[in-house]
Design a protein around this ligand. Sequence first.
Ligand SMILES: *Cc1c(COP(=O)(O)O)cnc(C)c1O
Length: 355
Amino acid sequence: MDTEVKNLIVEKVKTSRISQVDFDHLPFGAYFTDHMFVCDYKNGAWETPKIIPYQPLQMEPSSRVFHYGQAVFEGMKAYRDDQGGVWLFRPEENFKRINKSSVRLAMPEFPEEYFFEGLKKLLQLDEKWIKPGLGNSLYIRPFVIATQAGIIASPSEEFKFIIICSPAQSYYGGEVRVKIAEKFSRAADGGFGFTKAAGNYAGQFYPTNLAKEEGFQQVVWTDANTHEYIEEAGTMNIFIRLDNKLITCPTGDRILDGITRKSIIELAKDLGIEVEIRPIKVSELVEGIKNKTLKEMFGSGTAAVINPILGFGYKGDRFELPKVEKSYATILKQHLLDIQYNKAEDKFGWRYRVQ
Ligand SMILES: *Cc1c(COP(=O)(O)O)cnc(C)c1O
């Protein structure tokens, strides 16, 4: 990871756009930093990576990505601590996962040294965009797209690997009540639900819009075969708390292996919370409301860290979760944030120093 990429080309902006951005009122993902990282894949190899001013792409309308959705992405964050240091959280996990996603979509893997050197250099160039203060961060979006021209339905042989960065404030998902999916699915056995493929998101928009019309903010996805087991909360992994036990479903073909999810599992165990990883039945949730054992439900992901779920709808009925003191959601989120912002000891070795 420490090898210098000798031929990383850097073209800096003449004037920064940072003064045009109101950092106190940042809509999520709307503003981008001055620079972007770009690397093209042609003739079976990744070419020299570049950092250039953030700018539009010029692409053929027949580029495969527009027609066949050959595209994957990642989501990660850079955090600034109170001493001015800049940190990433378990970035090697994002690196491994984007390649895992790429392989499933018949796209080439990206070299590790390009990823880390490019990312570090990009963050150093745009470091003024990483503001101190709990909740402030720089959201980092690496992605790969199929750029080859021609609408033949076969995998592209040309790609672009790009990283763009967007300053973010504390992301509060708002009050979340979820609809438990009875008909729609996001993933199937043998499919690509475990990847961060762009198409996984496209397929979720319509069912989520229908749920919104019914007054829910998100859909909790269930298994495609029986719709009896919960799998993910929108684009987040899902946890439930039954009495004092924290439960989450196992990852696999259909469930994305979230970095926040696995960090929460380790943190919770370390805090002495009993954690169980097993399939979760929808009927357990309904039962848990009735016998008052269901204390919490929450989603986990990089953007919001932990997003509590206040209630859910299922087969025409609506259920509200109780208000709990010292919720696991609050405790775990605080511990995770303290590690991410270098405010607490990092006994798991999750932090990665950028500068
Ligand atoms: C990105 C994502 C998550 C969360 O993953 P993190 O690594 O925790 O950010 C969960 N589910 C889906 C479907 C995702 O795309």
